[in-house]
Design a protein around this ligand. Structure first.
Ligand SMILES: [Cu+2]
Length: 261
């Protein structure tokens, strides 16, 4: 929940989902709004009829219950109306879901592996791999009796030593798995979270047009340090991304060996 409030200072008062920065996140947001308004209309309709009936047809007014058992009209109505409502929800939901999982024609692929309690990123077409874990400032402040006020730590528990870097405007496919227990990779601004399950590879994609830093956390209760494995995604303009990638490849030989162990 706390993550839905990440953003501007006053965003901690936000009641709704964040809108996110990807096309998928906007689709998910719109879907959420459609379903919510349908629920609001149903709620008003059902409770309206109920309270109206309670007030208007109460026993103290001498009202005698009506008898409409086995009324075909009523039975058809309460079958057809929910069916129509479900279809109205299912059509946009299916469209969004199909789009969400369609990682065809991705420009690049990153394998994400969850560990207790850090993330490992492997650029499958870039020969770069590294671990990403809680930054040292947050880590120091979280220790019992550290004497450090967490409020003085910037992005407390939401910062890592080495963020995931992706290029802006490119379709990035993620292959997500875990090495020990179930984790979940979640960056709210991107619009989805996905389980990282040992022995399984889940697939997801994103395309962020706006360069920037986007933060998230592990979203599956994975052990005692579950709250201390944030996710940070840095979206760089393409040229900057390639500069970064080249720099990483320079030290790539070492990281590769480290990963193999
Ligand atoms: Cu985890």
């Amino acid at each position: 929940m706390a993550l839905t409030m990440v953003g501007t200072a006053r965003a901690e008062w936000a009641l709704n989902l964040p809108k996110g920065v990807t096309q998928i996140s906007h689709e998910v947001y719109d879907l959420h709004m459609i379903v919510m308004w349908i629920c609001v209309v149903i709620g008003i309709g059902v409770f309206g009829v109920m309270f109206y009936s309670i007030a208007k047809h109460r026993k103290s007014k001498g009202v005698v219950p009506a008898h409409f058992h086995e009324s075909t009209a009523v039975e058809v109505a309460w079958t057809v109306i929910p069916f129509v409502i479900l279809i109205a929800i299912a059509i946009p939901a299916t469209k969004t879901l199909v789009n969400l999982y369609n990682s065809d024609d991705a420009d690049m692929t990153i394998k994400v592996t969850g560990y207790q309690w850090k993330w490992h990123y492997e650029y499958l077409d870039g020969n770069v791999a590294f671990y990403s874990q809680l930054d040292s400032a947050s880590n120091a402040a979280r220790q019992l009796g550290s004497g450090i006020d967490p409020k003085t730590v910037e992005n407390y528990l939401l910062n890592v030593d080495k963020p995931l870097v992706i290029p802006a405007g490119k379709k990035v496919r993620f292959l997500v798995t875990a090495n020990d227990v179930i984790h979940a990779w979640w960056v709210p601004a991107i619009g989805w979270k996905i389980d990282a399950v040992p022995g399984f590879v889940n697939e997801m994609w994103t395309k962020v047009d706006q360069p920037g830093t986007y933060r998230g956390q592990c979203a599956e209760l994975c052990g005692k340090d579950h709250g201390f494995m944030p996710v940070v995604v840095e979206v760089k303009p393409e040229a900057e991304y390639h500069t970064w990638l080249a720099a990483q490849q320079g030290e790539g030989a070492n990281t590769r060996v480290a990963v193999a162990n």
